[in-house]
Design a protein around this ligand. Structure first.
Ligand code: GTP
Ligand code: MG
Length: 171
């Protein structure tokens, strides 16, 4: 068959937001990990969609590792940015990290697609995707295609819609 286009994908967001859980769900079931532990530094993962072959840089969101993110910005061709919709206290920290990302010279002037997951929508006090997008001021992102989906990464809900959008942006 046709060779799938290779895409480098950065998976960013605060620690405990669900990045590794999301990426794990996107892998074929025989490659999925059973137990997910906090990422140390970063981990390189792979998954495929109908037309694309993604190499994912699944970065740790812990404060002490966030300075690693920027080293991969140049090679990143798409971004998944994950937010814990139940973590209202750290929504402002998530916004700070997003703003730092958007203002970075290796990201700032590029039309790189950003997919946001308002993850953990199953939590009883989770904010809606609309509310998360307001708190992060996503409407201010004018020079990049972006999209936000509510997701429950444990059950795998909401992920396919997001990945379909991402594939459309790149294909
Ligand atoms: P770091 O690697 O430390 O940056 O964290 P991470 O963003 O990769 O988070 P990870 O995927 O390790 O998930 C953190 C915790 O949140 C785990 O206990 C997951 O099971 C849980 N979790 C992930 N997604 C969801 C979700 O949608 N709902 C709920 N309730 N829990 C989730
Ligand atoms: Mg992780």
């Amino acid at each position: 068959g046709l060779k799938k286009k290779e895409v480098n994908l950065l998976c960013l967001g605060l620690d405990n937001s669900g990045k590794t859980t999301i990426i794990n769900q996107l892998k074929p079931s025989n490659a999925q990990a059973q137990d997910i532990v906090p990422t140390i530094g970063f981990s390189i993962e792979k998954f495929k969609t109908s037309s694309l072959s993604f190499t994912v840089f699944d970065m740790s969101g812990q404060g002490r590792y966030r300075n690693l993110w920027e080293h991969y910005y140049k090679e990143g061709q798409a971004i998944i940015f994950v937010i814990d919709s139940g973590d209202k206290l750290r929504m402002v920290v998530a916004k700070e990290e997003l703003d730092t990302l958007l203002n970075h010279p290796d990201i700032k002037h590029r039309r790189i697609p950003i997919l946001f997951f308002a993850n953990k929508m199953d939590l009883r006090d989770a904010l809606s995707a609309v509310k998360v997008s307001q708190l992060l001021c996503l409407e201010n992102i004018k020079d990049k295609p972006w999209h936000i989906c509510a997701s429950d990464a444990v059950k795998g809900e909401g992920l396919q819609e997001g990945v379909d959008w991402l594939q459309e942006q790149i294909a």
